[in-house]
Design a binder for this molecule. Structure first.
Ligand SMILES: NC(=O)C1=CN([C@@H]2O[C@H](COP(=O)(O)OP(=O)(O)OC[C@H]3O[C@@H](n4cnc5c(N)ncnc54)[C@H](OP(=O)(O)O)[C@@H]3O)[C@@H](O)[C@H]2O)C=CC1
Ligand SMILES: O=C(O)[C@@H]1CCC=N1
Length: 295
């Protein structure tokens, strides 16, 4: 099947949301979890009251399709953590120490699952701020999660954490693809899928600009570019065909595609894009080191 081809050729796999085969009823383990391991109650914490109000307005319209509830807290991290089973940490890397070392936080986080999406901050760093009973994992989601087309990479869980694994998949599979990868790859994943949407948007904008240069109306040029990008990416994901094979199949000998491709190669497009991932990876690593992040 296409799915088999995917996992053989590129290891692409969409993990299921379901908890089939699970023998522990969710309610006996974590009261805030629904049966399918998706949280039934969310407590969103920010620092400023205006942010909480803004989020409240935003989520008033599009939240709770599975019956889950959301509440907003400004400057009340400790209270929210005490009422939670799973904590998703999404602050800037340079704020993590002050947030986790706030009075009472270490105790409040005992026996909780802490999921960090912070760039560059390692699990080893977290263990210094936390009680040993706090389970820490890292996740690196990206912006297309907003339309449930995200790519989230999650660090592996220790043995015996099947329930936590299902909770993590329940959360991140609901907003796109989710896969586990060793923590040593996280800085590269941060660059490729965390920063990736920004890099892709530069290419998208440039494609549309080229169309505009040749007389296309701006809106249509952007639509053509975006759908072309989406369609091609979906071919790779759904069929497992290598990008080089798609490129070759488009390229008629002596045609216009090879003319455009040679122009791209003159501009060293491949090494330019690959180097962007390299420097973003190096920077992501530095974000976890306080002195370097501030430099
Ligand atoms: N942007 C992206 O695409 C991705 C970002 N990340 C990671 O996500 C993290 C956040 O990045 P980003 O979303 O860009 O940052 P933002 O500045 O947009 O969001 C940070 C949030 O943290 C809140 N906050 C700040 N201080 C506190 C505090 N003391 N207590 C509670 N909440 C607080 C802010 O609330 P308030 O508004 O009230 O100040 C704000 O809502 C970073 O660690 C980044 O590495 C990971 C993957 C992708
Ligand atoms: O630019 C950043 O630091 C964050 C991490 C990945 C995406 N944005």
């Amino acid at each position: 099947s296409l799915e088999d081809l995917n996992s053989q050729q590129h290891g692409i796999k969409r993990y299921p949301n379901s908890t089939s085969g699970n023998s522990t009823p969710a309610s006996s383990y974590m009261p805030g979890m629904s049966e399918d391991c998706f949280p039934s109650r969310f407590l969103a914490c920010v620092s400023r009251r205006e942010s909480a109000q803004k989020l409240q307005r935003l989520f008033a319209k599009n939240f709770g399709e599975r019956g889950e509830r959301i509440e907003f807290f400004a400057g009340e991290n400790l209270r929210a953590v005490r009422e939670s089973d799973v904590v998703l940490l999404c602050c800037k890397p340079q704020l993590v120490e002050s947030i986790l070392c706030a009075e009472g936080m270490k105790d409040a986080l005992q026996n909780r699952l802490l999921i960090s999406i912070l760039a560059g901050v390692t699990i080893n760093q977290f263990t210094k701020w936390l009680h040993p009973s706090t389970k820490v994992i890292r996740a690196m989601p990206n912006t297309p999660s907003k339309i449930r087309e995200g790519m989230t990479v999650v660090s592996p869980l220790p043995e015996g954490c099947e329930r936590e694994r299902e909770i993590i998949l329940g959360i991140f599979s609901s907003i796109g693809l989710c896969r586990f990868l060793a923590e040593k790859h996280f800085d590269a994943c941060t660059a490729l899928c965390g920063s990736g949407p920004a890099f892709v948007c530069v290419a998208l904008e440039a494609l549309a600009d080229g169309g505009v240069m040749m007389g296309l109306p701006r809106a249509e040029a952007l639509e053509l570019a975006a759908q072309t990008l989406q369609g091609t990416a979906r071919m790779v994901l759904q069929t497992g065909v290598h990008p080089a094979a798609i490129k070759d199949s488009v390229t008629t000998p002596g045609g216009c595609t090879i003319a455009g491709l040679l122009s791209l190669e003159d501009g060293r497009i491949r090494s330019t894009i690959a180097r962007a991932i390299q420097v973003a990876t190096e920077k992501a690593h530095d974000l976890g080191q306080p002195q370097k992040a501030e430099a």
